[in-house]
Design a protein around this ligand. Structure first.
Ligand code: SAM
Length: 218
């Protein structure tokens, strides 16, 4: 662990936005999953959600997301409707990306609120039950001949609008993670194998020095 690497981990974690997330509903192409997770990492999403595709033969999320899945944890759910309800119970507004005339422009919602963007499968989009259960349906206006964007492109457009609003609101200026989470994740990102050993033993992580050095090993 170099001091520079440690400083980068601290800086990135201090920009993380635990109240911004995505829910991928049966997004099945590995390159799309990977691209969405990279965008999540870029805007500071702490954890993403996914309903794995049910049509089989699809690589796991961990195997397909390149290195972004190291920095954005993916929680899986069995179906989109229960995932939407779980996120709403946690205080998130769920914004379903839905290509319908009733949907509002993606720039209208307030993304400084705890927000999860629901993204649909490449072939059939977001299921109608999940779209109905969502707090709002949003769309990136399309003015060309083609009906829809690639799902990872839509995710990027929307997440960077969320980043824009949150920057304006000063939400990247002070850490959004609690002090406890910031310290815990710093150790886990800096020393993933050691962190695993401490967890196995049920012991607290050791303290780190100013440059990221482990101060005492149990
Ligand atoms: N035929 C599908 C439909 O009608 O929803 C098209 C699915 S589209 C290729 C895959 C996903 O990309 C959508 O479910 C949505 O999450 C996202 N998406 C694509 N274009 C979008 C747009 N213009 N606005 C918002 N989301 C979009």
């Amino acid at each position: 662990m170099t001091p520079e690497r440690y400083a980068k981990i601290r800086r990135v974690l201090s920009l993380r936005q635990p109240t911004l997330s995505v829910l991928m509903d049966e997004v099945n192409k590995p390159h799309n999953l990977s691209a969405i997770l990279r965008t999540c990492d870029a805007v500071g999403v702490m954890g993403a959600h996914a309903v794995p595709p049910k049509n089989g033969g699809v690589p796991t999320f961990g195997a397909t997301s390149g290195s972004a899945d190291k920095w954005v944890e993916v929680t899986t759910h069995t179906d989109a409707l229960s995932a939407v309800q779980t996120l709403q119970a946690q205080g998130f507004q769920v914004l379903a990306t839905h290509l319908s005339e009733a949907s509002v422009d993606y720039r209208v919602p307030d993304y400084t609120r705890p927000t999860c963007v629901l993204l649909g499968a490449e072939k059939w989009g977001v299921s109608s039950e999940a779209a109905q259960a969502a707090d709002a349906n949003i769309v990136v206006p399309m003015m060309g001949m083609v009906q829809s964007l690639n799902v990872s492109v839509a995710a990027a457009v929307i997440l960077f609008e969320a980043q824009r609003q949150r920057l304006e609101a000063g939400m990247y200026a002070t850490p959004q993670l609690t002090g406890e989470a910031l310290e815990r994740l710093t150790f886990e990102w800096a020393y993933p194998e050691l962190a695993g050993l401490y967890r196995e033993r049920g012991e607290a992580y050791p303290a780190l020095g100013e440059e990221g050095e482990v101060l005492s090993l149990a």
